[in-house]
Write a protein that binds this ligand. Structure first.
Ligand code: FES
Ligand SMILES: [Fe+2]
Length: 347
């Protein structure tokens, strides 16, 4: 039997976001050598920049002097200088110089935590480990991102809802033909169906029983050691140019109790001239339409109360949502138990 206290801790952990995961935090182009970038992941403020060699650095966004955000500062010679009184910190979180004060004892002190960073496919991922020294598992990436037959665009958005809502929304194919019924891509197919769930151990698939290839008809989640992502197909009408369905690869990053950042790669399998013509069409006309769809999701989710799950009544179509929540609960429980065990061992 699980104690009430354990249940509360699991709920809090899931709400905050799982630890020891890679989360995307920014687009590659946003992290520069000439100015720092402030990000928030799981309530923790982080600052990122590129050092002289172009390598991305990520440390706590907190000046060791009096706590000013380092992201308000400047990058000098690959290190970051605080705007408030000029303290210089390097990419390991060590104070390099205190220009205002000769022989200041702060110099040489490792004062801040550094985070492991990896860049892939136009995005920057940070490993949100419990301890700094911990070894990170491989960054979980969908195969489409390493397959040259696919091409696409990364889009990101910040939504003012807990990240769980964004994940629930992705695990819920039936909303496509209702919420997005007036859209360019999701106006088709039947509005009544059953869903089925295929649990694969390293993830799961939720799909409509009655149709495939007409609307948002299936989604697959990969749930691995280093993180979670999903993919799904959006059928494209002929007017959308060459190539088959549009495939969405999605990650959701928890930022705070009511804020998250979504990362969606919109991909198509098109090569040669068709690839260029789709890429052109996407930028010229399609991107805006896709944004409208995403806005419908954002507005709906932001309109829902933060504790909706206390009153909701799930039905058959919510098997994906329920399965996803169980997976998050299980992972949170395992993390908490492992942390408790290592606390006991340390005592
Ligand atoms: S707070 Fe950063 S230098 Fe004073
Ligand atoms: Fe949607």
């Amino acid at each position: 039997m699980m104690t009430a206290e354990m249940k509360t801790r699991i709920e809090a952990r899931v709400n905050e976001g799982l630890k020891n995961q890679w989360y995307p935090v920014a687009k590659s182009v946003e992290i520069r050598t000439d100015r720092p970038y402030g990000a928030v992941v799981m309530g923790q403020k982080l600052v990122l920049w590129r050092d002289g060699a172009g390598k991305i650095r990520c440390i706590e966004d907190f000046c060791p002097h009096r706590g000013a955000p380092l992201s308000y500062g400047e990058v000098h010679d690959g290190q970051i200088g605080c705007r408030y009184h000029g303290v210089i910190v390097d990419g390991t979180g060590t104070v390099q110089r205190v220009p205002a004060m000769p022989d200041c004892p702060m110099e040489g002190r490792k004062a801040l935590r550094a985070y492991q960073v990896q860049e892939s496919n136009d995005a920057v991922f940070v490993f949100m480990s419990v301890d700094e020294g911990q070894e990170a598992p491989d960054l979980p990436l969908p195969t489409e991102l390493s397959d040259p037959a696919w091409t696409g665009f990364l889009c990101t958005a910040i939504w003012d809802v807990n990240y769980r809502y964004a994940l629930d929304n992705l695990a819920d194919p039936m909303h496509g033909c209702y919420l997005h019924a007036e859209s360019f891509t999701l106006a088709f197919g039947s509005k009544q169906d059953l869903l089925e769930l295929d649990d694969r151990g390293d993830g799961f698939r939720v799909s409509r029983v009655g149709q495939v290839g007409e609307n948002f008809d299936w989604v697959e989640f990969a749930v691995g050691e280093g993180g979670m992502f999903c993919h799904l197909d959006i059928p494209y009408p002929k007017a959308a140019g060459p190539g088959g369905h549009m495939r969405i690869l999605g990650y959701v990053t928890p930022m705070g109790p009511r804020r998250c950042k979504v990362f969606f790669w919109r991909m198509r399998k098109v090569e040669g001239f068709d690839r260029e013509s789709w890429r052109f069409l996407y930028r010229a006309r399609l991107e805006e339409r896709h944004w409208n769809v995403l806005e419908q999701d954002r507005v709906m989710l932001e309109g829902m109360p933060d504790d909706a799950r206390r009153r909701e009544m799930l039905y058959q179509h919510d098997i994906g949502v329920a399965h996803l929540r169980r997976a998050l609960n299980r992972a949170a429980k395992a993390q908490i138990e492992a942390e408790d065990a290592s606390d006991v061992a340390a005592e």
